[in-house]
Design a binder for this molecule. Structure first.
Ligand SMILES: Cc1ncc(COP(=O)(O)O)c(C=O)c1O
Length: 431
């Protein structure tokens, strides 16, 4: 792509120094088509070629207010002048814990971490310790971070998952010990019968069911009515810990996250992303009784867990969310964008179904509304990619990968949504 001229040069150099020239496999889009970023402000980002984009990636979700949000950055700047790390607790992190507990109905106690991967890893250990069991149940297409315990049946072709009634866990990477296969059960999302049957035979060996409320890393496939509550009830019946992974939904779909939205009471909840508007902070929390195993024979910690920039960013972000109807506004604008895109596709006679939440949505082309990764994988992903390439060339940047939803932030105004829709009319016409 000619408008990525400098990005191409940067990629050549970066490839010599870092595998694929990036620091996360997801950031590699291919040779000559991987953008390298210069800066961001509000809902915009600029690449190293000086191209400006309306950003709908929002760093894969964390940016809920906007890039370089002054309200957050001012507090961070003031705080970091006092020193950033002491391996000692400061009062601001206690205030952040207090705010999280006030906002999130299922959270009675929290511990901080630095990434979503760490949050889910710690939550799984707590669940195993609390139950005295080892097996984890997760859903196909769900992503819970890069650790070995849950990197199963995430991105593999759905055909490799075996029969729907007896799915095969497929490791998403070489280097994951095959012994872990015995500790993980993978099931199709939204399938009440298979879950019920599996629990009848294995329920008493399972420490935790870990679920994203919606498959936010697989085209934003929504839960069927009652499915999450069904998981919760079954967990109670079998003495299993229900871990709701709100790394993407937390502080994005509602102040109290998806568990508030669906009126759920999971045992543990994991957070990262929007908690700090882009700064490195994550958390997991939940029932006091379950969290209280930590420190009583159960290890949890991390040098950077209470890093000052992350804690200050969380403090500022949560204050803004508590004091202003940010998520309501973001949802209204997202709904406007979803409606607009749907009517552009309808006019063009392109069959799409919109999925997810207004603040984090996607669309699948050429299929009925998907309920699991298996049905979603039949969507026209090549066409989706072509649309994204055209969109990016025209200055609107959702992720090119159909698994990754479009994310909105407070800085996406109505005017920007309308500008996006005008560009997308041409994108769709062109394709
Ligand atoms: C639902 C979910 N859980 C966990 C993670 C891992 O978070 P991190 O990338 O901060 O390690 C992600 C990241 O996208 C996620 O979407």
């Amino acid at each position: 792509m000619k408008f990525f001229k400098r990005s191409v040069d940067v990629q050549q150099k970066a490839k010599e120094l870092m595998p694929l020239g990036v620091n996360s496999n997801f950031r590699y889009w291919g040779e000559g088509i991987t953008p390298y970023v210069e800066r961001g402000k509000g809902c915009y980002l600029w690449d190293v070629d000086g191209n400006r984009y309306i950003d709908y990636r929002m760093a894969f979700g964390p940016i809920i207010l906007g890039h370089a949000d002054e309200r957050v950055d001012q507090l961070v700047h003031a705080e970091i002048d006092k020193g950033v790390l002491f391996a000692m607790t400061n009062e601001m992190e206690i205030s952040v814990a207090e705010m999280m507990i006030a906002m999130c109905p299922a959270v009675e106690m929290v511990r901080f971490a630095c990434s979503g991967t760490e949050a889910t890893m710690h939550a799984i250990r707590v669940a195993r310790a609390y139950t005295g069991r080892d097996v984890i149940l997760k859903f196909e297409g769900a992503y819970h971070g890069f650790h070995d315990y849950t990197l199963w049946s995430t991105y593999a072709p759905a055909e490799s998952y075996g029969n729907i009634n007896s799915p095969i866990p497929v490791a998403a990477s070489s280097g994951i010990p095959s012994a872990i296969r015995d500790l993980v059960i993978t099931l199709p999302f939204n399938n009440f019968e298979v879950l019920e049957k599996t629990l009848r035979s294995h329920g008493h060996q399972i420490a935790a069911i870990i679920a994203e409320p919606c498959l936010c890393n697989c085209g934003a496939i929504e839960p069927q009515p009652g499915f999450l509550k069904f998981i919760q009830d079954k967990c109670e019946e079998y003495g299993i810990i229900f871990i709701l992974d709100e790394v993407k939904t937390g502080f994005r779909v509602a102040n109290g996250g998806a568990h508030e939205l669906y009126n759920l009471q999971p045992d543990l909840v994991t957070y990262a992303k929007s908690l700090g508007n882009g700064y490195p902070i994550a958390a997991f929390g939940g029932r006091k009784e379950v969290m209280s195993v930590i420190g009583h024979g159960v290890a949890q910690g991390g040098t950077f867990n209470n890093n000052r920039p992350g804690v200050a960013a969380a403090y500022a972000t949560l204050q803004i969310l508590q004091n202003e109807p940010v998520l309501k506004t973001v949802a209204e604008r997202g709904a406007r964008l979803m409606r607009g895109l749907q009517s552009i596709f309808d006019e063009a006679g392109i069959p799409v179904c919109m999925n997810g939440y207004p603040s984090m949505f996607s669309f699948a082309i050429g299929i009925e509304k998907p309920t699991d990764q298996r049905s979603w994988s039949r969507s026209d992903k090549d066409f989706y990619l072509r649309l994204m390439d055209e969109s990016i060339q025209r200055g609107v940047m959702p992720d090119h990968d159909p698994r990754e939803p479009w994310f909105l932030c407070q800085a996406h105004t109505d005017e920007i949504i309308d500008e996006t829709l005008n560009i997308w009319r041409d994108v769709v016409k062109e394709k």
